[in-house]
Design a binder for this molecule. Structure first.
Ligand SMILES: Cc1cc2nc3c(=O)[nH]c(=O)nc-3n(C[C@H](O)[C@H](O)[C@H](O)COP(=O)(O)OP(=O)(O)OC[C@H]3O[C@@H](n4cnc5c(N)ncnc54)[C@H](O)[C@@H]3O)c2cc1C
Length: 411
């Protein structure tokens, strides 16, 4: 696929970060850049696109964002970011949603999970090598935490890592690794001390090169027909000792930093897209005097979704305020509330849209790749909404966490 920029080439140079001291000017610059750079026909080009075309388009989009500093603006300046505040981040997400720009979903682990892990726990050499790799070469990361039988009960993982001289030798299997088929590296948890009295105490955290001998990746086909996540088989794979993150057997605590990146912030953009979808659906229904506007049950379902969306945005703003007040001591439960709330809202709203679509709406059609939850096909959106209630920790588990840690209910 030839990857071109916007329909009319522009000679204007954009630099949103130069305007970061003035929020309105920053927003205007982000908006102008998006208008110039997002190809008007990208939805059409990514509808039913091949895997190779999707990967090429994602790489192109990531590189374009990087050119104006908007791929990694949330990273600290020392590691190639712009140190921008959470308000700027929200503006970027709002404008991306407004422009219906692509979502760089293939890079989500590279952009959020990896830095959340390496900033506080990685060595300088690891940060220099791997954060630069993301920023300058667009390296793709995946996450190898879950195993068959170790998902919610992650601490029961069985993949073994045995130190032999300057390397660890890894044997085992991972599952559900999102974007594993495209990944250059993997954030890997493995057991280094099977005799530790507490399961959590015997786990270490590694950087796995996905091209290393002994790594086999097998995509898993989902209910949606896509195969966005993979099984990873590890057969005597050697990882240099330099790619151990933190201390041996101290991986569990580090994994909590990675997991914190899975909830909360990455839902910012999706919630903005969701808000626009709801508004657009309502406007369209009014314009066409849609039958559902006169149906009590449908109106109730829409109103509930709308109220839930407003609540979601308020929660995100509350989290934003907490992080602004104290970047290191933000609430530990708000991101969990946000993830549970967003996923349940998404499930209910996609179900509502599926019902409205009738039988015709249930037909499988080619979908837009890289548009967040807006794929252009309600059946697909509905099926995929289930993924959100499981990924990043099953909602049942998260609700238990909220009950115990936030509400102080008995175990
Ligand atoms: C779209 C998607 C992407 C993912 N991406 C990744 C990835 O990139 N890397 C990665 O490592 N993993 C990934 N995962 C895996 C995900 O983290 C796990 O699926 C999740 O932690 C649940 O684990 P499990 O599948 O083993 O389910 P189980 O733990 O077997 O749970 C099955 C069901 O039982 C319930 N249950 C289990 N224990 C309890 C309990 N104590 N109390 C109440 N209910 C319970 C659960 O809530 C769930 O409904 C992804 C999953 C999805 C859906």
């Amino acid at each position: 696929m030839s990857v071109q920029t916007a329909t009319s080439p522009t000679t204007r140079r954009f630099d949103p970060l130069a305007c970061k001291d003035d929020l309105d000017a920053f927003r205007a610059e982000v908006r102008a850049w998006l208008e110039a750079v997002v190809p008007a026909d990208w939805h059409a080009r990514m509808t039913g696109a091949s895997e190779a075309d999707y990967v090429a388009f994602q790489r192109w989009w990531f590189a374009e964002m990087g050119k104006v500093g908007l791929a990694t603006p949330h990273w600290p300046r020392d590691w190639g970011g712009a140190d921008i505040g959470i308000r700027h981040q929200v503006i970027i997400f709002e404008e991306i949603a407004r422009a219906q720009a692509p979502n760089p979903d293939m890079f989500v682990i590279s952009l959020y999970h990896l830095p959340a892990t390496l900033f506080g726990n990685g060595s300088k050499a690891q940060r220099d090598r791997y954060l630069t790799g993301v920023k300058e070469r667009g390296e793709v990361w995946c996450q190898g935490f879950s195993e068959p039988g170790s998902g919610s009960d992650l601490a029961s993982l069985r993949t073994r890592a045995e130190r032999k001289g300057d390397v660890y030798v890894i044997n085992g299997q991972k599952v559900w690794s999102s974007y594993g088929a495209f990944a250059d590296y993997c954030l890997l948890l493995a057991r280094t001390d099977p005799t530790a009295p507490k399961k959590q105490a015997g786990i270490s955290y590694f950087i796995l090169n996905m091209k290393a001998p002994g790594v086999t990746v097998r995509p898993i086909r989902q209910a949606t027909g896509q195969a966005e996540f993979c099984e990873i088989f590890l057969d005597n794979v050697e990882i240099p000792v330099a790619d151990l993150i933190g201390e041996e057997n101290a991986g569990w605590a580090i994994a909590q930093s990675t997991l914190s990146a899975e909830r909360g912030l990455i839902i910012f953009e999706l919630s903005e897209r969701m808000a626009r979808t709801l508004d657009a659906d309502l406007a369209e229904a009014k314009r066409t005097d849609a039958a559902w506007l006169k149906d009590d049950e449908a109106r109730r379902a829409f109103t509930r979704a709308y109220n839930d969306m407003v609540a979601l945005r308020l929660m995100i703003r509350a989290l934003m305020q907490e992080i602004e007040t104290d970047p290191h001591m933000g609430s530990t439960t708000m991101p969990t509330y946000i993830k549970v709330h967003f996923s349940e809202l998404l499930r209910r709203y996609t179900e509502f849209r599926l019902k409205l679509g009738g039988l015709a709406g249930q037909l499988r059609q080619p979908i837009v790749l890289g548009g967040g939850h807006q794929t252009g096909n309600v059946m697909h959106d509905f099926l995929l909404s289930y993924a959100w209630t499981i990924s990043g920790g099953a909602n049942e588990i998260l609700k238990t966490m909220i009950a115990e840690r936030a509400l102080g209910l008995p175990r």
